[in-house]
Design a protein around this ligand. Structure first.
Ligand code: ADP
Ligand code: ADP
Length: 227
């Protein structure tokens, strides 16, 4: 069954002569447990689609069902709840707090969820172990390599046990060794049955996913599968 289902999704910015149609009718089904790459050139609509998939924004028209719930007309506050419950974000810039340890960074989503300290620390340590950083709990981001920092942010995304991991250009700041490292981590998550969606302009990253779709001028075309 599809965990994400988009039908006729459009997104326009501005109005009148200045209106931009960023998405022009997106149909997409992502089965539970898929590892999907969404690729496309600059300006094609990737960020706009990522914002809709991540419940950071809603479509202008069309429907979006996430885990069986239509989120396309939700209020900002309802959308925020869905976002916190269902989606683990991974960003290009890692978005880690520089003054805080890896453990503390991974604890943060659970602080917001109001969980007790001891349980937070246990779960954060376990998530860091799962991404291979069990021996780096007390390190700060500056004491970690780029690939390790991205692993911390993947642990942070996982720790709330979200419906999907949504990664926006996750290897955009990484060298090729660290890129391979992070892609291997996504493969491991996929093998464990996680749903992983990666937005990327890098063809080799797209090729390593289980499936890839390409966006161009706000429309999707389906590509041959990778591995
Ligand atoms: P990509 O992430 O693939 O570079 P975007 O989704 O950022 O593409 O942009 C798609 C189109 O929408 C582009 O023409 C872009 O200029 C336009 N666009 C994106 N965000 C806005 C905005 N907030 N206001 C107006 N136009 C926008
Ligand atoms: P990148 O590092 O790939 O450039 P950004 O940090 O710019 O990604 O984030 C991409 C988008 O997601 C931005 O529009 C930003 O406002 C939004 N965003 C970033 N972090 C969060 C968050 N924790 N919760 C909700 N939205 C976020």
């Amino acid at each position: 069954t599809a965990i994400l289902s988009l039908r006729g999704v459009t997104k326009s910015y501005g109005s009148g002569d200045l209106q931009v149609q960023a998405l022009r009718g997106i149909d997409l089904d992502v089965p539970e447990g898929d590892f999907l790459a969404i690729t496309g050139p600059s300006g094609s609509g990737k960020s706009t689609l990522m914002h809709i998939l991540g419940c950071l924004d809603v479509p202008t028209t069309g429907s979006y069902e996430l885990a069986g719930v239509d989120v396309s007309q939700m209020s900002e506050s309802d959308l925020a709840h869905v976002r916190n419950r269902e989606i683990g974000f991974v960003f290009q810039q890692f978005n880690l707090l520089q003054s805080q340890s890896a453990l503390r960074n991974v604890e943060l989503p659970m602080v917001y969820a109001g969980m007790a300290r001891a349980e937070r620390q246990d779960r954060a340590a376990e998530a860091l172990e799962r991404v291979g950083l069990g021996d780096r709990l007390d390190h700060k981001p500056t004491q970690l390599s780029g690939g390790q920092q991205q692993r911390v942010s993947v642990a942070r995304a996982l720790v709330t046990n979200p419906t999907m991991i949504l990664a926006d250009e996750p290897t955009g700041n990484l060298d090729s060794v660290a890129t391979t490292d992070v892609l291997e981590l996504f493969h491991a998550l996929h093998d464990q049955g996680r749903t992983v969606v990666v937005i990327t302009h890098e063809a080799d990253v797209a090729a390593s996913a289980a499936h890839a779709v390409r966006i161009r001028d706000g429309r999707l075309s389906h590509e041959a599968a990778g591995v």
